[in-house]
Design a protein around this ligand. Structure first.
Ligand code: PEP
Ligand code: MG
Length: 827
């Protein structure tokens, strides 16, 4: 690295502890003009979340990624401590190499260091030398040599291979690795991922994670078997396509962290209370009693039994938990969102790991009991993951333990205990698993203080989504804080304050109250209609999947349900729900609505929603295939069961039926006939029948469709993907699939115009309806209703009440005239 000079080397230094050592090395970088002094604090913070001891007496302190803006130029400083400095877990560092790297340049240095470490005498001479130039020269001259792929090829002959340099900023962590595994599993061949001479089965998540592959690592994908080439190519496709998603995620986390650091604290204690600093993981202030959350300790005895029965017990527990996770995934998706739900998809993949199950089964075959065997296999995996150098990947060990212990609890018949709280509490824990976080008693938990973890941990993600202030990486001092003590946490700056004076508590409470008041004003006005300042009212409805969500939505201010997705009734099970079961669900829905309008969408299976037990043929392009109404017209068994159930339920409250993915007028004509036949079969009432406008052809020909339907509801999610020809789930392109694209708005404008001409009601139930700008433009375009997720209702209503219809109409016209989605957003 040219950026190291002798000015940045300090020989024979003394430090009584690690902090002093890091400060000394950091100061060299400050003095050389490489970094802002703030970066030294960041280096110390890194030591709290990770151990930078590399081995062989070498430590490499460096700052947090989100603080890279404090680096002026990439640089390295080396401090030689001949007597050594106690670093962590009994390790002593004699060569402290402080790194300030603006991007990836330090990888080269790391390779040189690790190569040097393979020759202990080289490190020893650097520790003993009086010549700073020797240190600079050695680190600059050590050749960097990549692992030879040829050697590995000889070990394992393969039919296809490709090499790729990992460019995910957070390394190969569970979410992308899950996608790799999903892809690898589609192929029959053996597929391996090599990092140097180490390799992992590409179909086994824990193996992949324990490679500890970090950004910059050269990985080799090798396959053996009939479809080897296709498998490697498919894997590479996924690997590449995830790059931009991962980079965008890291960029978001970076921006959030920066915003949190830059925001002035809303409150600071006046006295000098004891403060424990960590990292702000979810913003906001909270006051509460510290309550310690201790995870369940499993006391597993080895009780050998019949080998077959034990094996079956294990498999049954794994299957049951897998199904539980699927439910949790679906619930989290509807409650919080797809990103949060992906955590549980990754969990499912973790326990579906064939290697883990195989190890446990092998142990059963050796005569051990199922629970013991599983715990052992699990522990081995967890320890392996914890051992990888990258702290982000090591954190995923927690996910594996979480999910593995669910299986264990199931086998042992133990109910995972919920903490019983009686007062506002700040939960203190070494770490919380995602399942723990989701099961918190939100009536009493006001904040989270975690001693380990990091801002990108799943717990942090969930805390942000739940709006719960959280501090992570607060260190072991946090765990020593007395239980029950009152504390204030500031999730924006990452601080936990103990012994806060009464005056400071009052001041903090006043700030919290102000923040709450702002939220409450919004909440309190949630039942007011969305009437613009010049008197135009638009209906505001919710998108839901079941009766419970409908009640939540009404509580949140919904005036009706604009879309009930019935697919969820068909997912996560082994056979289709029969007519009676569907009738009960729809009836429960209508009853929850208390007379408000309920639009139930007929089954929209196909596309991204697959149902194995329907045995539908594989499709190359499922989004362009037999989906929604197309499927219902082919599978009339499904259609009639659902229609009869709907007409029976309609006796209990107003229901409208809506068909998805309609493309041709002939389809709606046929569907209406089927509706009439089903209605006659059960002697049901006449119902309004409408269609989703999500295929561009329907919007273009809305004039022809309007006379055939009672209402339209624009599905902007699909309308956008079909108009822009961008798969709505495409990791690299999804960000471009912006429903504010003028082409999409133009199609909506045409639909509204045709609807008005024929007196047809038109709503919007895609994601654009819940976006404040989208809601104003759609209102300006003249739609009658906006249907969105419950959490968007209060703010969309407030936005619409705060503006005039006239201004929204003008805004809509300007949006239609714009040249791109960005231009529309700029309006
Ligand atoms: C849409 O496509 O906009 C829509 C609301 O339906 P879904 O998201 O269920 O496809
Ligand atoms: Mg749709």
């Amino acid at each position: 690295m040219e950026t190291m000079t002798t000015a940045c080397v300090k020989l024979n230094a003394q430090a009584s502890n690690k902090t002093e050592a890091v400060r000394l090395a950091g100061q060299l970088l400050v003095d050389a003009g490489y970094i802002d002094p703030g970066y030294v604090d960041s280096m110390l913070k890194r030591e709290e979340v990770a151990n930078t001891f590399l081995g062989s007496a070498v430590a490499i302190p460096h700052g947090m990624v989100e603080d890279r803006h404090l680096i002026h130029h990439t640089g390295v400083a080396v401090v030689q401590f001949r007597d050594g400095v106690s670093w962590k877990d009994g390790d002593r560092a004699q060569l402290v190499v402080a790194i300030a790297a603006k991007s990836d340049e330090h990888i080269v240095l790391l390779r040189r260091l690790t190569r040097l470490m393979q020759r202990p005498q080289s490190i020893e001479s650097l520790v003993a030398t009086n010549d700073a130039q020797l240190i600079v020269g050695t680190l600059a001259d050590e050749p960097v040599q990549a692992a030879s792929p040829v050697a590995a090829v000889q070990e394992w002959p393969n039919d296809a291979q490709s090499v790729w340099t990992l460019d995910y900023p957070n390394g190969l962590h569970a979410r992308p690795a899950t996608r790799w595994v999903d892809t690898a599993k589609r192929f029959a061949c053996e597929l391996r991922v090599y990092k140097g001479q180490e390799f992992a089965d590409a179909k086994a998540l824990t193996g992949l994670l324990s490679l500890g592959a970090a950004r910059g690592d050269s990985l080799r994908f090798a396959a053996r078997g009939p479809d080897a080439r296709r498998a490697v190519d498919a894997l590479l496709d996924v690997v590449h396509s995830l790059s931009s998603e991962e980079k965008a995620d890291a960029e978001r986390a970076r921006r959030n962290a920066l915003a949190a650091r830059r925001s002035a604290p809303d409150w600071l204690p006046g006295g000098s209370p004891q403060a424990i600093y960590g990292i702000g993981a979810s913003p906001g202030l909270a006051i509460g009693a510290l309550v310690r959350h201790v995870s369940h300790q499993f006391d597993v005895h080895d009780v050998p039994g019949d080998v077959v029965a034990e094996g079956e017990a294990l498999e049954a527990a794994v299957l049951a938990i897998s199904q539980e996770l699927e439910t949790l995934e679906a619930q989290t998706r509807s409650r919080l969102g797809a990103t949060e739900a992906a955590i549980f998809a990754a969990h499912r993949e973790l326990i579906a790991d064939a290697d883990l199950l195989r190890d446990a089964l092998a142990s059963i075959l050796r005569g051990h009991g199922a629970a013991w065997a599983w715990q052992n296999a699990l522990q081995t995996r967890v320890e392996k993951l914890q051992g990888v150098a990258d702290p982000l990947l090591a954190a995923r060990a927690l996910d594996l333990r979480d999910v593995g212990e669910r299986v264990l609890a199931r086998m042992l018949g133990i109910e995972r205990q919920r903490l019983v709280l009686t007062q506002p509490s700040i939960l203190v824990a070494e770490d919380l698993t995602p399942s723990d976080t989701l099961q918190l008693d939100m009536a009493f938990v006001v904040g989270l203080a975690i001693s380990s973890g990091g801002p990108t941990s799943h717990t942090a993600i969930l805390a942000r989504t739940l709006g719960l202030p959280a501090v992570v990486a607060a260190g072991s001092a946090l765990l020593a804080a007395p239980e029950g003590q009152l504390a204030v946490i500031d999730g924006s700056v990452g601080a936990v304050y103990l012994d806060v004076s009464q005056t400071d508590q009052d001041a903090a409470a006043a700030v919290i109250e102000r923040q709450l008041a702002a939220r409450n004003t919004l909440r309190e006005s949630r039942y007011l209609p969305a009437t613009t300042s010049d008197g135009h009212t638009i209906e505001i409805a919710a998108n839901v999947a079941n009766a419970k969500q409908a009640s939540v939505a009404i509580e949140a201010g919904a005036e009706g349900v604009g879309l009930m997705r019935t697919e969820f009734l068909f997912l996560e099970r082994n056979s289709a729900p029969d007519e009676d079961e569907q009738y009960r669900v729809y009836r429960e829905m209508t009853e929850a609505m208390g007379g408000r309008t309920l639009i139930i969408r007929a089954l929209d299976i196909g596309g991204d929603k697959k149902v194995a037990y329907l045995n539908l043929p594989q499709e190359e392009n499922p989004f362009l295939g037999v989906r929604g109404a197309r499927l219902l017209l082919i599978r009339q068994d499904l259609l009639y069961t659902q229609l009869r159930a709907l007409y029976r339920a309609a006796a209990h409250g107003p229901i409208r039926i809506m068909f998805p993915m309609v493309t041709h007028t002939s389809e709606i004509e046929a569907l209406r006939e089927h509706c009439e036949r089903a209605r006659a079969q059960v002697n049901g009432p006449e119902l309004k029948i409408g269609i989703m406008v999500e295929v561009p052809a329907v919007a273009v020909m809305a004039d022809k469709f309007a006379p055939l339907v009672d209402f339209f509801s624009v599905g902007t999610n699909d309308l956008t993907q079909y108009t822009l020809a961008i798969d709505r789930q495409h990791p690299a392109l999804a960000a471009q699939a912006d429903s504010l694209h003028p082409a999409v708005l133009d199609l909506i404008a045409r639909t509204v115009a045709a609807a008005k001409k024929h007196g047809t009601w038109v709503g919007v139930c895609g994601g654009l309806a819940g976006d404040p700008l989208g809601a104003r433009i759609l209102t300006g375009l003249g739609v009658d209703e906006l249907s969105m997720s419950a959490q968007d209702i209060a703010s969309v209503k407030a936005t619409l009440r705060g503006d005039s219809f006239n201004a929204m109409q003008q805004l809509a016209q300007r949006a239609l005239a714009a040249g791109s989605a960005d231009e529309v957003r700029a309006l």
